[in-house]
Design a protein around this ligand. Sequence first.
Ligand code: B1H
Length: 754
Amino acid sequence: MDIEKKLVDELGKNIIEATNEEIYRALVSVVNKAAIDKEERNGKKKLYYISAEFLIGKLLSNNLINLGLFDEVHELLEKNGKNLGDIEELDAEPSLGNGGLGRLASCFLDSIATLGLNGDGVGLNYHMGLFKQTFKDRLQSEIPDKWIDKDTFLIKTDVSYPVSMGGKMYNSVMYDLLVTGYENRTNRLHLFDLETIDSSIIKNGIDFDKEAVDKNLTLFLYPDDSDEAGRKLRIYQQYFMVCNAAHLILDEAVSKGSDLYNLDEYVVIQINDTHPTMVIPELIRQLMERGLSIDDAIEITNKCCAYTNHTILAEALEKWPIGYLKSIVPQIVPIIEVLDDRIRRKYEDESIAIIDRNDFVSMAAIDINYGYSVNGVAGLHTEILKNTELNNFYKIYPEKFNNKTNGITFRRWLMSCNPSLTKYLEELIGEGFIKDSFLLKKLEEYKDDKNVLNKLSEIKMQNKQAFCDYIEKTRGIILDKDTIFDVQSKRLHEYKRQQLNLLWAIRRYLDIKAGIIPEERVTVIFGAKAAPAYTIAKDIIHAILSLMQLIENDEDVKKYLRVIMLDNYNVDVAEKLIPACDISEQISLASKEASGTGNMKYMLNGAVTLGTMDGANVEIFENVGEENIYIFGLSSDEVIAKYKNGSYDPKYYYDNNAEIKRAVDFLVSKEMIGLSGKDHDESLERLYNEFLNKDYFMTFPDFDEYCKVRNKAHSDYKNQDEWSRKCLLNIANAGYFSSDRTIEEYNRDIWKLQ
Ligand code: B1H
């Protein structure tokens, strides 16, 4: 049956007569049916990728592409006077994640299905995903994103489990999203929820009553954990997720014939960061409930669980007070005590113990002691884990440690977001690269072909124009495509150093004001959300917005420099911004960014990286070669040494580097402060003091070299052929960063699915 007939059947009328809303709903139904046809029930062993976050992004185009229906549907709609783009506007974006960690989980699901592997995701069905960001008076404010109230791809199942928490019993309900593989099988993402969630408890913005668990459990993605009620709610969420996961896993394994003693022949669980760690004691508990001894239950669980670490930032390595666990999940506390006791007896080493002297439970210690694999997410990150952060564990379990450098799905981050580049690549080197990403290398043949280089810059220009149109339409800001688009988009965090980028922009602004006119015209674009309780991150946004306002009102400067802070950066915006970027800012303090994945998306879309030797930037450098990337800054060894000997003093740089002093002082200049109409701006003053007294992520030591290298990149941009060759070589060498490669490695080394 052809797609037109299916759509018309679904609509009950002709496409021409249907509204966009009706067509959207009909498409969801047609897509889900086509996806279900590609489900496979075979495969003895199954992967369960458990994650508190899946930053899914819109699904319509992605599913149409993967099911091979995109072109047909696109044409069919055009023929009937409808536009797929308009219909896609109705597609709610499930933002069930914060940033890279959640987006990685979604890329992985795409690759797992595309490679035909038997693997499902398990998470939570947050009713409000990540907040929507708006700017008022140059400050971030947050509003709930009620994606779930719209029509979505969610399928309600009849799977339900009892979950005991805080002395009460809750009954879960499981929703599924179908995960379509590219020209391959369909898997599922299982999202657990409660029927009793009540959004009327949301007060102003994203505040809500944190005590009423039956009403709020899955109401929001990670509630603010700056207070006790927020932290407890997070434990409720985590336990709810893994208790359901364990039930599902055991039921499925038993139904396929497992006697539970051979569970590892049926099940592998990938624990995405420490958030799902309680699955270990919970699986042990449920195995015991099903009749196994504790010794057997521990041994089997150990053979099924593998852990991925995504950060070395201490604040993200979760430790829960045992008292919280006793009040919320008392059923797993005795098991955690046994797990701790066994490690203590066996190794007599406090540093790897699970329950510390202050009665905090280290989630990572559970994962590493009782999982069979521990991986970092980029080469440098894994080395740092082995040699410093997790060295005590590494000495005991060297065989568990392995690296899996992150990757991105080319279906979303090339085919879907950059169709004109995809089409051109297909013309040049064939379609093979979509499934075998290393074939992109064939593009290198054309590195001296002027026609190809011209065509690549032309495509970039078209994408820049499309982005300008989008920004004008949605934000009312008119941008100039004939400037260098120099972009930093990612969560706002001090270690990612948006503030370093800002200091460069202030320096450039002050130079222009002093009559030093730069040769290149630059548009600096930021996209970043700050965690609602992260004060300094919000101060940095405020400072960027303040500089933006100054420049937007200054015709003299605006000709040469624009600073644009986009509101509500999300997957949808990323898909439009990334193809339009010339220079990709990846400027974290070396050693701090575990991997980064935005860096890979920009590279694949032909942007040139300006970055530090951090995370996966190191591997980008190795793949493209030093001619095709701009590197600056302290090395991770130097940074680690500086922290160790406590020698860093920002005051010294401020006093001895006139450019630093000038840029930092400008934060509290009358121009900046004056924007608020008062003689005082608490936020700018706080940021100024943070720079002077702390600068924990060492922006000052990297400032001079950053400015030098950035300016060199801008001046190199003038030679369009040379520049375009760099872009070409970035695309050609991005093959390694496909999540298909990453997933093949996970499967080869950890999961071993057939
Ligand atoms: C990453 C997180 C993270 N690492 C705690 N850790 C969170 C930790 O809400 N929380 O509590 C949320 C997120 N996210 C990122 O993972 C790394 O910073 C990136 O470098 C990396 O690319 C990404 C995927 O591995």
